[in-house]
Design a protein around this ligand. Structure first.
Ligand SMILES: Cc1cc2nc3c(=O)[nH]c(=O)nc-3n(C[C@H](O)[C@H](O)[C@H](O)COP(=O)(O)OP(=O)(O)OC[C@H]3O[C@@H](n4cnc5c(N)ncnc54)[C@H](O)[C@@H]3O)c2cc1C
Ligand code: FES
Length: 424
């Protein structure tokens, strides 16, 4: 200002104006800085509130109302989900009109189906495919299984899935066990997450995505959806709608056998099967939590490739739809001489048999020897095959979804760890 006075009036005015502008600028900048700070604080508080809500939700779900044994549910809606018509959703409400207990994203329902030509109810698990926040009805999405392509004409299609598609309709009532399962999204984690659904295996991971969306989570989410083609893919509109609304959610579709009508870039992102090489194209690193559910071949190859990529086992969560396809525990016999066998006694049936590694699980061994053991998922999830172990110990070939009662073992995923006696 002193310098300006010496130079002359015009300059004084210019400098005064300059100073005025500077003053205004710094006040405005301060306001903006404060606002930015406020916005950051608000965001921070919002994040904390969301995290607290999510924690409360997890606690609520863990202590939520549930039921023991089976409960009757009415099918209130049956909806065909794909062009080729082999995948349907079934919406269920409690027949008793009571409350619908919440579930954790990734859990499944166990159905007991009175299929006419079967000696006992057929027990099968189906993942809950909708948002855990929807407490007016449950949804399961079921693929009708055809006989394997190379099977003879006498081989029937899938028992339960055919029954659902061909016999069950709106208004029918089914027996259902409460939601359970350990393949659940960690809602308390803030780490980036990769959700992978192959075929109808998208059901539990879709529920996980919806849970994140409902919680307003800012976690980076990559959803990879693998299907054969546009004729097979299901529920992609629900995922796309979330991805379009949320910057943190990225959705990629892979078709292994796209039809002529499928346009790359419009209907799907990549041709071929989902491999780690495909993941590497879209993910900055391997530092994600992975949740994988899909057909057996995809499950075993992808989980193996993830391990080779350096993803620790603790970050690879998976669920098998059917007989365990991913082995997490070495079979005890693999370290033994091939010729060596152990004795398995089924005390109730009065049978003693030898077990070799090629005999598979104790459930396989029992069935091969004409011993009837009730089973459902054959993957350590539903608990139906739990049997008292009277002597010896077993090793699981895959992690049980939840531990059976003390002293019991899940025969569908257990191999003997030495001579054993089972109450079967
Ligand atoms: C935790 C969990 C969640 C699941 N979630 C879902 C889900 O959300 N959606 C879904 O669709 N599925 C899901 N499943 C799979 C589901 O539980 C059933 O396994 C599936 O529907 C097949 O059951 P099914 O009774 O129809 O077939 P099964 O009767 O068990 O038959 C299976 C296959 O074997 C073939 N077969 C039958 N007899 C023979 C024979 N003699 N020789 C050769 N082949 C034969 C059948 O044709 C069929 O292809 C889930 C499974 C688990 C464990
Ligand atoms: S059959 Fe489901 S846990 Fe064994």
């Amino acid at each position: 200002m002193i310098l300006a006075l010496q130079i002359g009036g015009g300059t004084i005015v210019a400098l005064a104006l300059f100073q005025l502008c500077l003053g205004v600028y710094s006040s405005v900048a301060a306001v903006f800085r404060e606002r930015r700070l406020d916005a950051r604080h608000l965001q921070h508080f919002n994040d904390l509130a969301q995290a607290a809500l999510r924690n409360a939700e997890v606690d609520r779900l863990k202590s939520g109302t549930t039921w023991a044994g089976k409960r009757k549910f009415r099918i209130v809606e049956k909806r065909v989900e794909n062009k080729c018509g082999d995948i349907c959703s079934f919406y269920l409400q409690p027949h008793d009109g009571g409350e619908l207990p919440p579930f954790l994203p990734g859990q499944f329902l166990t159905f007991e189906l009175p299929i006419s030509d079967q000696p006992a109810p057929v027990i099968r698990c189906y993942s809950l495919s909708d948002s855990p926040s929807r407490l007016d009805r449950y949804r399961v999405t079921i693929k009708k299984l055809s006989p394997p392509p190379d099977a003879g004409e006498t081989v029937p299609g899938g028992l339960s899935s055919t029954y659902f598609h061909a016999n069950l309709k709106e208004g029918d009532v089914v027996d259902v066990q409460a939601p359970k399962g350990g393949f659940v999204l960690d809602l308390q984690s803030e780490r980036p997450v990769v959700l992978i659904g192959g075929g109808v295996g998208l059901t539990p991971v879709l529920s996980m995505l919806k849970a994140l969306d409902d919680a307003g989570s800012h976690r980076e989410v990559h959803f990879f959806h693998a299907a054969r083609s546009g004729d097979d893919i299901v529920l992609c509109d629900e995922i796309r709608e979330i991805a379009e609304r949320r910057n943190n959610v990225h959705y990629r579709v892979l078709y292994s056998a796209p039809t002529d009508a499928c346009v790359e870039g419009r209907d799907y992102d990549c041709p071929g099967f989902l491999t780690v090489d495909v993941l590497k194209r879209y993910l900055a690193s391997s530092n994600y939590e992975f949740y994988v559910c899909g057909p057996p071949q995809m499950m075993s190859s992808l989980t193996e490739q993830l391990r080779d990529w350096g993803v620790p086992d603790s970050d690879i969560h998976f669920e098998a739809f059917g007989p365990a396809s991913v082995k997490t525990v070495k079979s005890p016999a693999s370290s033994r001489e091939a010729a060596e066998s152990v004795q398995v006694e089924f005390s109730r049936s009065g049978k003693k048999v030898s077990w070799h590694e090629q005999d598979g699980t104790l459930l396989d061994l029992a069935e091969r020897n004409g011993i009837r053991v009730a089973s459902g998922c054959r993957a350590g999830n539903c608990g139906t095959c739990a049997t008292a172990l009277k002597k010896g110990d077993v090793t699981y070939v895959t992690r049980p979804a939840s531990s059976p009662a003390q002293g019991s073992v899940l025969m569908c995923i257990a191999c003997p760890g030495g001579n054993v006696i089972l109450d079967a």
